[in-house]
Write a protein that binds this ligand. Sequence first.
Ligand SMILES: C[S@@+](CC[C@H](N)C(=O)[O-])C[C@H]1O[C@@H](n2cnc3c(N)ncnc32)[C@H](O)[C@@H]1O
Length: 357
Amino acid sequence: MSYFNRLLLQCRSGFEKEAAAEITDQCANVGIYGYCTLNQGDGYLCFNIQQPGEAERAVKEIDFHALIFIRQWMVCGDCNELEREDRITQIEAVVTDIGFPQCSDLWVEYPDTTEGRELATFARKFSSALAQKLRKKAVLRKAKASSAIKLMLFALSGSEVFIGYIPAKNSAPWPMGIPRLKFPKSAPSRSTLKLEEAWHWFIPKSQWDERLAFGSQAVDLGAAPGGWTWQLVQRSMFVAAVDNGPMDPGLMETGQINHVQEDAYKFVPEQQVNLMVCDVVDKPVKTAGMAADWVINGWCQEAIFNLKLPMKQRYQEVISCLNLIAERFMQEGLAYELSAKHLYHDREEITCHLRIL
Ligand SMILES: C[S@@+](CC[C@H](N)C(=O)[O-])C[C@H]1O[C@@H](n2cnc3c(N)ncnc32)[C@H](O)[C@@H]1O
């Protein structure tokens, strides 16, 4: 039996150090200690743990939804060197060994890098062949959604593969943590996908009709040319689009938008709106403080905003911003919900969601 004493973590290429700082902190919070091995630009890293069983405890006790820079994770051992002629048998041997949990599903993933993406076709074909074989032999068996465990393969090439597993409920809902969203042709900018992804990540779909409701009011700070406003308009919301820059004329024709040419940091709505969104490029602490003002002052029920990351100390900057918001709510004695994620469509920024409880 090989030891599954490692967490393999996927992140956006170039953000391995942030993901390492984050997993080290999160594991320390539950009394798990280890060290990271990474190469900048690989799109993944490993957190190596000495104590047997602790990697498994980490994925049970740390809430995946609370992770910011980590897109996907799995418990695994060393990278397996497979002989190409007989990969399936070798994987089966690992998966049926004592101590490997019963899995119900299989995902084959790979690094989200230029080189890694060349494995996409292999991953798709191999996954289907392997799943078929493992299902036939009942190595993969259906389980209740709440307790299902996913068999995870992370391929570095056709023969170098990490084999591991993850609780299905406490991991990314999309393979490699990448939602497949289609760019809507009529949207005025590609950033439209950031807001759509944010909704998928932060708001359960079952609540969209109530929280992104038909006819409700929204404010879009730093709205031009209108990619985020486009999403709000699609949900049949009325939008105050705050920006000195020009809005897309086609979008303005919907009649659902009031273009306000003001400073986003000074704008105050006349009455409470359901949702405030903000995509202004400015200092992250300034935006974090402004978002806290909006929710604490009751100007909006919930807010989705981007924090643009600095060149250095990116993880520390994010933590400072989240702490700043937490302190503001503590001072006011208000209960709130705050989450943050480096979304797939984010680049040098993260997206946050804040709301009063
Ligand atoms: C990244 S763009 C927004 C893109 C937009 N979310 C979209 O999907 O099309 C940032 C916008 O913020 C605006 N901006 C920057 N500082 C601002 C401020 N202080 N007040 C209002 N708008 C501001 C810029 O004019 C720019 O249009």
